[in-house]
Design a protein around this ligand. Structure first.
Ligand code: A3P
Length: 291
């Protein structure tokens, strides 16, 4: 089959690549004009950092344990991406508060009403070497993305931000330097793996729900990798194979920390660390993966 290039598959929106198929011009315009409410809750991520996981946890917390929604509504309609074509047909304007959204936008790409109405944000970050590893597999199976090529080729692109939604470094730095930090909950994929119950509890506090220990345990149990893999509404099995070929690589692929170690050579890891140290030198946030 023929190899599609960046030029064919992506457009450039506010300086970053976005896949044309998911984000036609009208969708980007829709996102740009969108009016947030101050009680909206937005899951913000760089792709492959735990978006789907949070799209499972958040509705369970907000609904105080209504499991029917996560079992009957696909994640992309339950917590829709603002900038995806689906958003335009979902009648988001009339959804009852608190509405939940997802976005891969950088801080600098957020629509004007975000800065005016200050909705809540849950920003999920993940070890960028694992983000890279997850992305490599995903780019190889999703037909709307440019094939990753070799590990080295994709590494060059990733470190240069020549991938969908641009540079991981810029994304994370932009959101860590955001204003109105009392409206932002910073979470990491690693802490969710480490202690999911504690993470669910943090999320409930942030959205103003006080849930019983029993319910927190029930939610955490429902949201384990193993259980989410079984959930048709969250494992992307509803997406046609020509769009995402899960025979090549599953969407819920491994769900672990540190899988990068199985793929990076010493030289590739050193190059990554070299770029990381330079780009992240002014960042004060204490990441678990730095320890
Ligand atoms: P891997 O490819 O490393 O397995 P996103 O939803 O932002 O695209 O991120 C996808 C990544 O999150 C995948 O990583 C996927 O397996 C992982 N993931 C999704 N749900 C998870 C869960 N319940 N527990 C652990 N990892 C999960």
């Amino acid at each position: 089959s023929e190899v599609m290039t960046e030029k064919e598959l992506y457009s450039v929106y506010k300086g970053v690549y976005v896949p044309k198929l998911l984000h036609p011009t009208e969708s980007l315009k829709y996102a740009e004009d969108f009016t947030f409410r101050s009680d909206d809750i937005i899951i913000v991520t760089y792709p492959k950092s735990g978006t789907t996981w949070m799209q499972e946890i958040l509705p369970l917390v907000v609904s105080e344990g209504d499991f029917t929604v996560v079992q009957s509504v696909p994640n992309w309609d339950r917590v829709p991406w603002l900038e995806e074509h689906r958003a335009m047909v979902l009648n988001l304007e009339n959804r009852p508060s608190p509405r939940m959204f997802a976005t891969h936008f950088h801080y600098s790409m957020m629509p004007q009403s975000y800065f005016q109405n200050k909705p809540k944000v849950i920003y999920v970050m993940r070890n960028p070497k694992d983000v890279f590893t997850s992305s490599y597999h995903y780019y190889g199976m999703a037909s709307y993305l440019v094939k990753p090529g070799t590990w080295d080729e994709f590494l060059t692109k990733f470190l240069d931000g020549k991938v969908m939604f641009g540079s991981w470094f810029d994304h994370v730095k932009g959101w860590l330097n955001a204003e109105a930090k009392d409206r932002i909950l910073y979470m990491t994929y690693e802490e969710m793996i480490w202690d999911l119950k504690d993470s669910v509890s943090k999320i409930s506090d942030f959205v103003g729900k006080s849930l019983s220990t029993e319910l927190i345990e029930k939610i955490a149990d429902h949201c384990t990798f193993k259980n989410m893999k079984q959930n048709k509404m969250s494992n992307y099995s509803l997406v046609p194979e020509e769009f995402m070929n899960q025979k090549k690589s599953e969407f819920l692929r491994k769900g672990i920390c540190g899988d990068w170690k199985n793929y990076f050579t010493v030289a590739q890891a050193e190059l990554f660390d070299f770029v990381y140290k330079d780009k992240m030198k002014d960042v004060n946030f204490k990441f678990m993966w730095d320890e």
